[in-house]
Design a protein around this ligand. Structure first.
Ligand SMILES: Nc1ncnc2c1ncn2[C@@H]1O[C@H](COP(=O)(O)OP(=O)(O)OP(=O)(O)O)[C@@H](O)[C@H]1O
Length: 255
């Protein structure tokens, strides 16, 4: 039975190569239930692969993933994916399906149908008008589309929400607002969330814990406060320096 001492999610000695590329190398991390973790790193550092291994979009070469102490390699993929909501990079809505059908796709794939009232409830959860269920994806802005992506990920009432660069394609204002909304939803629904981002400022502002990846390995595992106090090593500090330098340069701008 799950209990609060068992991590909600754990990678244990997980590795994966693609040809000559070591995408993920011997990663062991345990994520506490109810926490919001950011996975930060340069392009190609292995963040997406680490996330995809959780719901078995990618299988590891070695190592295992546990959800509430249960070995995921023993679970049918459909059962695993019902317990884990996944927000894809580049939104990934089906263009020929309306918003409601996109939100209900997980249920449909497992032979069920989400009732219209549940679709309306999910749209309201991400602060969209329930009347919008019949609109096609291209009739929404990028930020609204990504909110539909979040509603879709939450449709099965998952315990864990994985987000792969969810705000990557959005303008900074929308990105900031949506980040706050997602953090508020995380609290309200009692989720365990892991979010991949390139953006250290976003990670520092939204997460309880920041994992820094480099060349397939976790190079730092710190709280935002600890990173801002200078800990986590050279790679993490080089990433923290970017928003800090920008803030300094902005505060030096005079009329
Ligand atoms: N299906 C695949 N086939 C071949 N190589 C892959 C595949 N998926 C990932 N890789 C390689 O593994 C490495 C890690 O990729 P991954 O997508 O996990 O990195 P990332 O940190 O998420 O990058 P980004 O921030 O650009 O999305 C990269 O060198 C990538 O080219």
């Amino acid at each position: 039975m799950p209990d609060s001492a068992t991590p909600a999610l754990e990678w244990r000695g997980v590795s994966r190569t693609f040809g000559d590329v070591q995408a993920v190398e011997d990663v062991s991390v345990a994520v506490a239930g109810g926490s919001f973790t950011a996975l930060v790193g340069a392009s190609g550092s292995g963040k997406s692969t680490l996330l995809k291994i959780v719901n078995r979009l990618v299988e590891p070469d070695s190592g295992k993933v546990f959800v509430h102490g249960q070995d995921t390699s023993d679970m049918p993929r459909s059962v695993l994916r019902r317990r884990i909501g996944y927000v894809f990079q580049q939104i990934g809505l089906f263009p020929h399906m309306d918003a409601g059908q996109n939100i209900g796709i997980g249920a449909r794939l497992s032979g069920n149908r989400l009732p219209p009232e549940r679709i309306a409830e999910l749209l309201e959860l991400v602060e969209l008008d329930p009347q919008m269920a019949a609109r096609m994806p291209q009739e929404f802005s990028g930020g609204q589309q990504q909110r539909i992506g979040v509603a879709r990920a939450l449709a099965n009432e998952p315990e864990i929400l994985l987000m792969d660069e969810p705000f990557g394609a959005l303008d900074p204002l929308t990105r900031d607002a949506l980040g706050r909304r997602v953090r508020a939803l995380h609290e309200r629904l009692g989720l365990t969330s892991v979010m991949v981002t390139h953006d250290m400022a976003e990670a520092l502002l939204l997460a309880d814990r920041v994992l820094v990846m480099d060349a397939g390995r976790i190079e730092a595992d710190e709280t935002p406060a600890s990173l801002l106090a200078g800990r986590g090593g050279a790679i993490a500090q080089a990433m923290v320096a970017v928003p800090r330098e920008q803030a300094k340069r902005l505060s030096a701008v005079r009329e």
